[in-house]
Design a protein around this ligand. Structure first.
Ligand code: SF4
Length: 475
């Protein structure tokens, strides 16, 4: 896995400690809003878009100059049990045989995609996510990986990652993945406190994480992410501090410290957590503030809203170079790729289109059997959408937009084109959250906590969605 040479931490733009944010700003801007893993966001996708229109765009994308590389995502929905905070698309299953037809369907879907997308385009990123990708047996995974390698042209320096559940992954899985070229592992940790884990229905011993971490390191792999969540029942300043301390001791190269998204109208099982008592916004901010301070002191660089990385990690270098990107998988260092997602609920983003796959297994299998792309909803982006997406990604990931360079890139007069939005941004400027310089919009250190609100100014679809409860809290 590529890492940058040891970098000087003072070079990184830091967040201020969230505990220092004035309460009046928190209450003024605490609203519901998108996390911008796409723009336009998923509620805009429509069921009435004809497949031919998507297929035409995907084929035309092969002739784009320069032609974008590819990112491939494989969604494996199966999980042994449901964690009550989970917001992913999962299918609860115990029988490993369920993996066999699913892998065959993924292979068939990949072959279908390759009739539209030139399989000779360089693949620079591959990710297996879920659900639990290691629900698949080593033999099922091996069949899938072999087919991916024979179908597509994988670049030697591609990032090949997988989400791992430390409770169920075996050493045989890990060895197969390492030998197959996987070079980044995301470990689902969530929390180290046993009471918290019991309350959210995810019992997990610290030893399980240790076992995976030690094995990967013994085999020479140090590109390890931890996924942690805050905002869960039972979390306190004391026990969440212990979780962060344990994390620092284990020293993963990246940490995602996610703000739990409570959306029971979309994920009804999350209602179970309400009985246990969810921490309020103030406690959540203090938990995040404490984690921020501890990780900062331990040498981690804060990335975007909720990620931390060691200074020598590629993600820290991307932050410095202002080349961070964001998509359905979260922050990524690989910008400008066409993303093809395979499996139930997968969302592709390619050639100015978004397509979301069918979410349920039976209709997904039916579509694949008929040789039909399993797209359930889609969106065809206009040029205005592409421009706004580019702008929102810059602001969201890199907290800075060079409006002169942006205008030159898209051949537009920025001030004229976004006159209304610039006027609306004045209130953020008055609150000290951005600075509207000549030729740039710069999000201030405090403003980084409000970047979702700032980006919402450029989202032309939000007004039409007003009053509809689709998003989680921005803070
Ligand atoms: S293991 Fe992960 S994907 Fe599966 S239910 Fe738990 S949080 Fe969700």
């Amino acid at each position: 896995m590529a890492t940058t040479p040891m970098a000087d931490r003072s070079a990184f733009p830091g967040f201020p400690n969230p505990e220092t944010i004035p309460h009046d700003l928190v209450s003024k801007y605490a609203t519901r809003g998108p996390r911008y893993t796409s723009y336009p966001t998923a509620p805009q996708f429509r069921a009435d878009i004809e497949h031919e229109s998507i297929a035409d765009r995907w084929k035309a994308g092969n002739a784009a100059v320069p032609c974008p590389g590819l990112s491939l995502y494989f969604h494996v929905p199966f999980c042994r049990e449901r964690c009550w905070f989970c917001g992913c698309h999962v299918v609860i299953a115990r029988n490993k045989d369920r993996g066999t037809p699913y892998v065959e369907a993924l292979l068939a879907e990949m072959r279908l995609a390759a009739t539209l997308v030139d399989a000779g385009r360089p693949v620079r990123q591959i990710a297996f996510g879920g659900g639990t990708p290691t629900f698949l047996t080593p033999a099922q995974l091996d069949r899938l990986i072999t087919a991916v390698k024979t179908t597509w042209k994988i670049e030697p320096d591609a990032e090949v990652s997988i989400e791992v559940d430390p409770r169920t992954v075996t050493i045989e899985h890990l060895d197969l993945l390492l030998e197959s070229g996987f070079n980044r592992f995301s470990l689902g940790v969530q929390d180290f406190n046993e009471d918290v884990l019991t309350m959210v229905h995810r019992p997990q011993a610290r030893e399980a994480t240790d076992r995976v971490l030690n094995h990967l390191r013994r085999r020479g792999c140090d590109a390890i992410n931890f996924d942690l969540i805050y905002g869960l029942p039972g979390q306190t300043i004391g026990n969440s501090g212990e979780t962060v301390r344990a994390t620092i001791e284990m020293r993963p190269s990246r940490i995602a410290f996610y703000n739990y998204a409570h959306v029971p109208w979309l994920k009804p099982h999350q209602k179970l957590l309400e009985r246990q008592g969810l921490p309020d916004a103030d406690l959540k901010l203090r938990i995040f503030g404490q984690a921020y301070r501890m990780l900062d002191e331990a040498g981690y660089v804060s990335i975007g809203m909720d990620h931390f990385a060691l200074p020598e990690d590629e993600m820290s270098a991307a932050l410095l170079a202002r080349t961070l990107h964001r998509n359905f998988m979260g922050y990524t260092t690989r910008r400008g790729l066409d993303l093809l997602a395979f499996g139930v609920s997968g969302i592709s983003s390619a050639a100015g289109t978004y397509t979301q796959n069918i979410k349920d297994l039976t209709p997904y299998y039916d579509a694949i059997e008929k040789g039909v792309h399993p797209w359930e909803r889609a969106f065809l982006m206009s040029e205005d959408d592409l421009i706004r997406r580019d702008l929102i990604i810059d602001l969201f990931c890199n907290f800075h937009l060079d409006t002169t360079a942006f205008g030159a890139k898209w051949k537009l007069d920025f001030r004229e084109r976004f006159a209304c939005e610039l006027a609306a941004l004045r209130t953020f400027e008055d609150d000290g959250l951005i600075s509207l310089q000549d030729g740039a919009i710069a999000v201030t250190p405090v403003g980084r906590y409000f970047v979702r609100n700032i980006c919402m100014t450029f989202d032309k679809y939000l007004e039409a969605e007003a009053g509809q409860r689709k998003y989680s809290q921005t803070l």
